[in-house]
Design a protein around this ligand. Structure first.
Ligand code: S3P
Length: 438
């Protein structure tokens, strides 16, 4: 899938203006396939993200006997096979770049009668998997990984799982979700307590499928053996993807952009709070519920931003948005400080190092810290940056290109397809001077 030669070039132009429909939420699309597959009956999904990561999840479940039919460009009908209806895949399941697929499926597959192997691309094969394999082992799962605790993962089936109480060291929706999905197959109650809030899409969606999930603050629990009943799922636009046009508009004078139907789940919406603290003008219009998830139409106007110290409590609520937030920081007056964000070092790339390298390359002063970064806002010139094989690094620098007098070239951008396949045409539609070269 990697095409090392593909590049994006962006140069500063006029304001960004107009209305753009951002594609579906990645986290919710993954969960729709997984839970739809395990349900009894046919689940209809609208707004599914046709990005490489979610397609990897879809192909994995198809390889385990689940029929997924396209009903429209972003609509899908998932023919659930029931809690115990998956069949053994003939080959290893290749999850590409998708950490969410690998971690959530580790939990789900630990409860199956058959064995399976999970593989991924170079980036996914470097990411830490002990954070799921170790707690799952406490439930009775048997997962073999490399000596470094990374993929490929060999998940041995036929293990009797037992529900346990867990106190997570790090707030992580992927770990929490892996444990809850294993918990569906466990004897007794699986209870997960986190040190901070992480996205709660799994809990909300399990409830939509009729599962009794009890949530109290940072703790959630479910009893094993509950069956899922097929439902309909409206996937909102992905706030993480929306962040790139939001930031590009916030930093480009004269911009006025509207993004309809974006997910604004409070466990994900830290980015909106941080941008507002920086002085961004964002309006949430027509806030409403789309099934289990809150959505709104977002309108953003360009404004003068100023640096902030990001409150530690907001870090897990904006964990995927830091590449774009650092771009906003580079264009803000004064200093922005982020700490307590060491998790950024184990995402699709080491996002602290990748952003520090790219920001320096385009003339921004930054200081890297083990758990964060300090950015001096003000002077952006332009230059060539690497994506480090990370979609969000690529898109963040494309947004920064909107104000770079010398333009920005981003190398190795094929990974944008994992989460935002129409990123380049959508940004061009809003007026960004952007081109992609294969
Ligand atoms: C995700 C959870 C987050 C996030 C990832 C998607 C999910 O990871 O970074 O992109 O869908 O559960 P952690 O839960 O590990 O922080």
């Amino acid at each position: 899938m990697t095409e090392p030669s593909s590049v994006i070039r962006v140069k500063a132009g006029g304001p960004l203006r107009g209305i753009a429909q951002v594609p579906g939420d990645k986290s919710i699309s993954h969960r729709a396939v997984m839970l739809g597959a395990l349900a009894d009956g046919v689940t209809s999904v609208e707004g599914f993200l046709q990005g490489e990561d979610c397609l990897a999840t879809r192909r994995a479940f198809e390889a385990m006997g689940v029929l997924c039919e396209d009903s429209s460009a972003t609509g899908m009908r998932i023919h659930g096979v029931g809690l115990h209806g998956l069949s053994a895949p003939a080959q290893a399941l290749d999850l590409g770049n998708s950490g969410t697929s690998m971690r959530l499926m580790s939990g789900l597959l630990s409860g199956q009668a058959f064995s399976s192997t999970l593989t991924g691309d170079a980036s996914l094969s470097r990411r830490p998997m002990r954070r799921v394999s170790e707690p799952l082992a406490r439930m009775g799962a048997y997962i073999e990984a490399s000596d470094a605790g990374t993929a490929p993962l060999r998940i041995h089936g036929g293990q009797a799982l037992k529900g346990q109480p867990f106190e997570l060291a790090v707030a992580s929706a992927q770990v929490k979700s892996a444990l809850l999905l294993a918990g569906l197959y466990a004897d007794g109650v699986t209870c997960v307590t986190e040190p901070g809030i992480s996205r709660d899409h799994t809990e909300r969606m399990l409830a939509s499928f009729g599962v009794d999930v009890r949530v109290q603050g940072r703790r959630c629990e479910l009893r094993g053996g509950q069956r899922l009943a097929a439902t309909t799922i409206d996937v909102p636009a992905d706030l993480s993807s929306a962040t790139f046009p939001l930031v590009a508009a916030a930093i480009t004078s004269g911009s006025d952009v509207k993004l309809p139907n974006v997910g604004v789940n409070p466990s994900r919406a830290g980015v909106l709070k941080i941008l507002e603290m920086m002085g961004a003008q964002i309006e949430l219009q027509n806030v409403r519920a789309a099934g289990a998830e809150p959505v709104a139409d977002l309108r953003i106007l360009a404004s003068t931003l100023h640096g902030v110290e990001v409150p530690a409590a907001l870090v897990p609520l904006a964990i995927d948005e830091f590449p774009a937030l650092l771009v906003a920081a580079a264009c803000a007056q004064g200093e922005t400080r982020i700490s307590g964000a060491e998790e950024l070092r184990v995402k699709e790339s080491d996002r602290i190092a990748a952003m520090a390298a790219g920001l320096k390359a385009v003339g921004v002063q930054v200081e890297e810290r083990p758990d964060g970064i300090i950015v001096q806002g003000g002077a952006v010139s332009g230059g060539v940056v690497e994506s480090f094989d990370d979609h969000r690094i690529a898109m963040a620098f494309a947004a920064l290109g909107a104000v770079a007098p010398d333009g920005i070239e981003i190398r190795d951008v094929a990974n944008v397809r994992t989460s935002f396949p129409n990123f380049v045409p959508l940004m061009a539609q809003l007026g960004l001077q952007i081109e992609e070269w294969a």
